[in-house]
Design a protein around this ligand. Structure first.
Ligand SMILES: Cc1cc2nc3c(=O)[nH]c(=O)nc-3n(C[C@H](O)[C@H](O)[C@H](O)COP(=O)(O)OP(=O)(O)OC[C@H]3O[C@@H](n4cnc5c(N)ncnc54)[C@H](O)[C@@H]3O)c2cc1C
Length: 483
């Protein structure tokens, strides 16, 4: 048997892969870090940077009393009991240590401490940290931590190199990877392989297969989230689960300049931007109180609509008086109304309905019922914010869609992050952490700040656990303190 060149091959230098490589190398492991993109960071380049944990020193420094057990219980409740208990336990137990590690490394986790984030169902205590300017701000810090390890040879960082397959030995244990780059195809031998390749949202075939064709493929995610790690693991008998827990992000529009992308505007947070408009199905019927403060309720209402799409309707007065609905500038909006079928305006409601493919009488009835409710400050769906009727021409309609910023299904792993086969046995030598496990592992709900936090947390655990025990120098607790 040949000695592998590396202790660990980490595939994907993103949210989970970076901490995994840094920690494993600091513990004395010889690591090869493979990255398909020409830069490290992965989805950290796009992520809003909200991450949650219970019981960190950073949280208690702001006066909040919390614990991993309380975080676990709250998440299980918010998931309506549908989270995978073992993986939820694993994340919540280690998330606080990850938070304090990140802070100690120098990542700005927000000077004002954790918050209650209204974009998702509220936790029972402020435990969501927000990286100012988004998660992109953490990349420079993690890259700076990685750099001396690359320089001293502990980490062999290979950018623009895409893993295409896994290698196995005669016993069936994983013993390395196959990778492609500009120089060609190579085999890289390692004692253990950690898949931190992120989700599959940029792979429409895998998306449709895992969601059994029930979830239209509309995403706003990192282009390299192509499910490569999952595809390679499937060949060795790995299985996927939790795609059935899909919930959409509430309402996005297709980017007129890049149709592969969907933009999330202001509808997701009615508590921050009270909605003046109404939302109607493709047939022209309202379907919920548009200002329902529960993200979970709004997401579920959208999940039940045909094609998971709806139209947002407003008039000239709302256009003039309400805060902007869209994040696009005026020029882009004008181009959208001039050229996209998802953006319609008309002098009458009947004409607007025709332009949207609805029966005119149905949309007229919907709007006249809504206006009647506004006149007596009582809405039949229980909507509270009723600032203005929809009555002043011209009238506008913008089609919104369910979209996703994460992959919901993922590899089934053990509570030691071993990749499992259908019979529950681990594939020897193969580990995974991050979005490759699927956001749905945390249940049929959106737990605020869970995917970023869990990806970072499972990255730290992979680094801690996969480093050979006799190689040890520094553990997670042994890294430098920032404050
Ligand atoms: C717009 C947006 C906003 C978000 N906001 C939040 C938020 O505020 N809070 C939250 O909790 N979650 C958020 N998320 C989700 C969260 O950021 C991600 O789930 C998480 O960052 C994923 O981490 P990861 O390590 O699994 O994947 P990534 O960070 O994407 O890392 C995977 C890496 O693997 C590389 N790779 C892929 N395939 C290969 C291959 N074959 N060979 C080599 N390398 C490969 C990729 O290039 C990438 O660098 C957001 C996501 C998006 C898109």
């Amino acid at each position: 048997m040949t000695t592998p060149a590396y202790d660990i091959a980490i595939v994907g230098a993103g949210t989970a892969g970076l901490p995994a490589a840094i920690i494993a190398a600091r513990k004395g492991a010889k690591v090869v870090l493979i990255e398909a993109a020409d830069k490290v960071g992965g989805t950290l380049h796009m992520s809003s940077g909200s991450f949650s944990s219970g019981g960190s020193a950073a949280q208690s420094a702001h006066g909040w009393s919390d614990s991993a057990a309380r975080h676990y219980a709250d998440c299980l409740k918010l998931s309506h009991g549908t989270a995978n208990p073992a993986i939820l336990q694993l994340w919540t137990q280690h998330a606080a240590a990850m938070t304090d590690w990140l802070h100690a490394e120098g990542v700005n986790i927000g000077e004002n401490g954790p918050k209650l984030n209204p974009g998702h169902e509220l936790y029972d205590v402020p435990r969501t940290f927000n990286m100012p300017g988004g998660a992109i701000s953490s990349i420079a810090v993690l890259a700076a931590a990685l750099e001396p390890l690359v320089t001293n040879g502990s980490v062999d960082l290979r950018l623009s190199t895409r893993m295409t397959d896994l290698l196995t030995d005669d016993s069936g244990a994983v013993c390395g990877i196959v990778a492609d780059n500009a120089a060609g195809t190579s085999e890289i031998r390692a004692a253990k392989v950690a898949l931190t390749t992120g989700g599959y949202s940029r792979n429409p075939e895998l998306w449709n297969a895992l969601h059994e064709g029930t979830v239209p493929h509309r995403v706003y995610t990192y282009p390299h989230s192509r499910g490569d790690g999952m595809a390679a693991a499937f060949k060795l008998g790995a299985v996927a689960d939790h795609a059935q827990h899909f919930l959409p992000t509430y309402g996005a529009t297709q980017d007129i300049d890049n149709p592969e992308n969907f933009w999330i505007h202001s509808l997701t947070q009615p508590t921050l931007r009270p909605q003046w408009e109404i939302s109607v199905t493709r047939d022209g019927d309202r379907f919920m109180a548009e200002d329902n403060p529960s993200p979970d309720a709004r997401e579920r209402a959208l999940l039940g609509l045909p094609d998971q799409s709806f139209w947002v309707i407003y008039d000239a007065r709302i256009k003039r008086d309400a805060r902007p609905l869209m994040l696009w500038d005026e020029d882009k909006l004008q181009r959208a109304f001039a050229g996209s079928e998802d953006f319609q305006s008309a002098a009458t409601i009947a004409d607007l309905a025709r332009a949207c493919g609805m029966a005119p009488a149905r949309l007229e009835r919907t709007i006249s019922e809504y206006n009647a409710g506004v006149s007596v400050n009582s809405d039949k769906f229980g909507r509270k914010h009723l600032p203005a009727q929809i009555a002043k021409a011209p009238f506008y309609a913008i089609r919104h869609f369910a979209t996703s910023v994460v992959s919901w299904g993922g590899l089934v792993v053990s509570d030691r992050l071993e990749v499992l086969r259908a019979d529950g046995s681990p594939i020897p030598g193969l580990y995974a952490g991050g979005e490759i496990m699927g956001m749905g592992v945390f249940g049929h709900t959106f737990l605020g700040g869970s995917t970023l936090s869990a990806s970072l947390t499972f990255g730290t655990l992979l680094g801690e656990w996969l480093a050979p025990t006799d190689a040890g120098s520094q553990s997670l607790k042994g890294t430098r303190n920032a404050d």
